[in-house]
Design a protein around this ligand. Structure first.
Ligand SMILES: NC(=O)c1ccc[n+]([C@@H]2O[C@H](COP(=O)([O-])OP(=O)(O)OC[C@H]3O[C@@H](n4cnc5c(N)ncnc54)[C@H](O)[C@@H]3O)[C@@H](O)[C@H]2O)c1
Length: 378
């Protein structure tokens, strides 16, 4: 197996997950860490030898084979562009960019420089959603009638909750949609094997003004005894979207960052003419299979019971719980595998899928602005 040298940019919540997960691959060494704030301390805490606060300097000096982009959304484009221009492959956190134009430009540039890029839509590579995809691809559900679900969280429930994700200049023009709706829409298209053709969205900003604690707050952390500044909010706390798929199937999604008690819940249900399937991230190793003529079933992740392509995504024997970081491992393993063997059988999201999400997010935004059904550009 080829050995790779990689570097991680951004060591907040998700950067630390990348670091831990890369180390589980066995053939990828983390040679440097870059963070705009406290890089040395973060690198030391994560046991990484070299620390940088400027990704350009890091790429120039370290010359890694690949980088992991784990910084706020508005920085993805510049970092990916610099990597591409220097022949460095990359895994970028979602959303790929903040605009469709940026995504298109990066894809063309990556093509020109023969650089591979991935976007970390990891939900596809959990064993159970992947099993749904394999079953649907084989026609086991018959004609698909509907696709629906939700992605709901409560970390912005109070008006005093704040993070960079509330700042449009850092997150892009949509927030809940780009941040968590993008995950759901990628999963819905991947699992159902169908493209979304049209969308009709309604956004709601529950708190048009929020109280920002003075001083920096890392994502999902809480500031004690903080003093606040009032900040106007111009992105959505929650959204509901209706979908029309290419075969005429209908669908809906609720995304919310203000849903009490739901920490990070994703559900996806697909109903067809023969049977129906449902996945819930709170019991993510189980698949509900609904029948009309016989009792319903629960298929629990077990390599001997899953489709071989879904079974390969399990890290542990049946009965041993696995989850978030294991799905990341699947993405990273496939990505680095693709650098060594481009023709292998991979299902990770590529930068073209990142562009697809930007097109979907744009259509959802436009629909919410106009209050009407909007076509998704191909
Ligand atoms: N795949 C997933 O499920 C998932 C989950 C969470 C976050 N994300 C994505 O990961 C990205 C980061 O989110 P997070 O929650 O980790 O945020 P975070 O605020 O916890 O961490 C961001 C880190 O990036 C650093 N940073 C900011 N600008 C930088 C720059 N120019 N150069 C170097 N470092 C910089 C910050 O100092 C911070 O340490 C976002 O794009 C987010 O959408 C994905």
């Amino acid at each position: 197996m080829k050995k790779f040298r990689t570097a991680v940019i951004g060591a907040g919540f998700i950067g630390a997950v990348h670091v831990e997960t890369i180390r589980r691959l066995g053939n990828v060494e983390i040679v440097a860490l870059c963070d705009a704030m406290g890089a040395e301390k973060k690198a030391e805490a994560l046991g990484i030898g070299q620390a940088y606060d400027d990704y350009r300097k890091m790429i120039d000096e370290v010359r890694p084979d690949a980088i992991h982009i784990c910084t706020p959304n508005n920085t993805h484009y510049d970092i990916a562009k610099y990597a591409i221009e220097h022949g460095v492959h990359f895994i970028c956190e979602k959303p790929f960019t903040t605009t469709v134009e940026q995504a298109r430009e990066l894809i063309a540039l990556a093509d020109e420089h023969h650089v591979q890029g991935a976007v970390n839509f990891h939900n596809r590579l959990y064993p159970i959603p992947n099993q749904m995809h394999q079953m649907i691809a084989k026609g086991e559900l018959g004609e698909i009638f509907s696709v629906h679900g939700e992605y709901i969280q409560d970390w912005l429930l109070y008006e005093t909750d704040y993070s960079w994700r509330l700042d449009r200049s850092q997150v892009g023009k949509t927030r809940a949609i780009a941040d968590i709706g993008s995950h759901w829409m990628d999963l819905a298209e991947f699992v159902s094997c169908m493209k979304i053709k049209r969308v009709n969205a309604k956004f709601r900003t529950v708190y048009p003004v929020r109280k920002r604690p003075l001083g920096e707050v890392e994502t999902f952390s809480h500031a004690e005894n903080a003093q606040y500044q009032e900040i106007p909010i111009d992105t959505e706390d929650e959204a509901v979207v209706m979908f029309e798929f290419e075969n005429g199937a209908i669908g809906s999604m609720l995304v919310s960052m203000v849903y009490a008690g739901r920490k990070n819940t994703t559900t996806l249900a697909v109903a067809g003419s023969k049977e129906a399937l449902k996945w819930d991230s709170e019991a993510l190793n189980d698949l509900w299979i609904g029948h009309r003529e016989r009792p319903n079933e629960i298929l629990t992740k077990d390599a001997s019971l899953l489709d071989p392509r879904a079974a390969r995504l399990g890290s542990y024997p049946s009965g041993h719980i696995e989850g978030f970081a294991d799905a990341f491992k699947n993405v990273f393993r496939q990505f680095y595998g693709s650098l060594e063997q481009p023709d292998g059988d991979y299902e990770f999201a590529r930068i073209s899928d990142g562009l697809r999400e930007m097109l979907l997010c744009d259509a959802v935004f436009e629909s919410a602005q106009k209050g009407e059904w909007t076509q998704v550009e191909d």
